[in-house]
Design a binder for this molecule. Structure first.
Ligand code: GLU
Length: 308
């Protein structure tokens, strides 16, 4: 399937919103949707929507449609067809084969337990892979997952909100999985292939993915893709101090027309000086204000910020 929907001049900004359909849109993802929308549209660019439904066991039936309806009712209109990751596995397989031909992958026979037991340390991103199968599977071991060998180099990028970020992949994650033991393609691979094939050059998303970005930049370099600009937005904290997620059901944004107040709160959360009186305006008016007045420099740089 050809996912190129924005093929105009190369300087055109192409942003995107990529929700996982594991529940209805909640305040935390509305923040990412509004932020990515305002920045792409302010630059006169495209805004794409991709449903990240690769992880079938986590997909909640009806959630994707619900999210799309909510975006529509918020006046967040996307360009081109919505991309569904579950329909693009042939593209991920092709990318995996390219990496395999380049000699970058190896089969790993370790279970989660074994990875944990042999990890040099367990960091924020989980246990660091200790390299047990890097030089080949030991005799009698059955291949489970496919991993990519990471180089001993620093990956560096400049984030639009968080500034210069550096990560040594070998000490933070180690050789990471691209095809899981259950046969599913890893998020890291799918996101890189999708963004590149859709022409996305501006990735705006939650700061929980800051630590994944170096893996994605590394994969882009292996596959010959140019890296997009990255802008990570602070995470909204729920009352209990946790990141707002789908399990905070109360925070779901209803797909009712005129969700101006939620949009208004999302813009305020992003440090924007949206006028008080717009709280009672139509959603389209709040979005139009955001597109015109969004100032990236005003976005708070705290990794986690109270949703207020
Ligand atoms: N699907 C991810 C989420 O809902 C976002 C992935 C991305 O923006 O790269 O948290």
């Amino acid at each position: 399937m050809n996912a190129m929907v924005c093929t105009q001049k190369s300087s055109l900004v192409v942003g995107r919103f990529a929700p996982s359909p594991s529940g209805p849109l909640h305040f935390g993802s509305l923040v990412a949707a509004v932020g990515s929308y305002c920045l792409a549209r302010q630059a006169g660019g495209c805004w794409l929507v991709r449903i990240e439904d690769l992880d079938a066991p986590r997909v909640v039936p009806g959630a994707a449609d619900d999210i799309l309806r909510t975006l529509e009712s918020c006046g967040l209109r996307w360009d081109g067809p919505v991309l569904y990751q579950s329909r693009r596995t042939d593209r991920y397989q092709a990318a995996l084969e390219r990496l395999q031909r380049a000699g970058l992958l190896f089969a790993c026979g370790c279970s989660r337990k074994e990875v944990l037991a042999s990890a040099p340390h367990v960091g924020e991103e989980g246990p660091v892979y200790g390299g047990a199968c890097r030089a080949g599977l030991a005799q009698g071991r059955r291949p489970r997952s496919l991993r990519i060998r990471v180089p001993q180099e620093q990956v560096c990028f400049v984030d639009g909100v968080f500034g210069t970020r550096e990560q040594r992949l070998e000490s933070v994650v180690g050789d990471f999985v691209l095809r899981r033991a259950d046969g599913l393609f890893a998020y890291q691979l799918a996101v890189v292939v999708d963004d590149a094939e859709s022409g996305v050059n501006q990735v705006v998303r939650g700061a929980d993915l800051l630590a994944s970005t170096p893996r994605q930049i590394f994969l882009q370099s292996c596959l010959g893709y140019s890296p997009p600009d990255y802008i990570h937005l602070p995470l909204a904290l729920a009352q209990d101090g946790e990141k707002i997620s789908k399990r905070h059901g109360a925070a779901a944004i209803a797909a009712a027309p005129g969700r101006a107040q939620d949009l208004w709160r999302a813009l305020r959360f992003l440090g924007q000086s949206v006028p008080e009186e717009l709280q009672n305006a139509a959603a389209a008016e709040v979005v139009a204000w955001g597109v015109e007045h969004f100032v990236l420099k005003q976005v708070p740089t705290g990794f986690r910020v109270a949703a207020g």
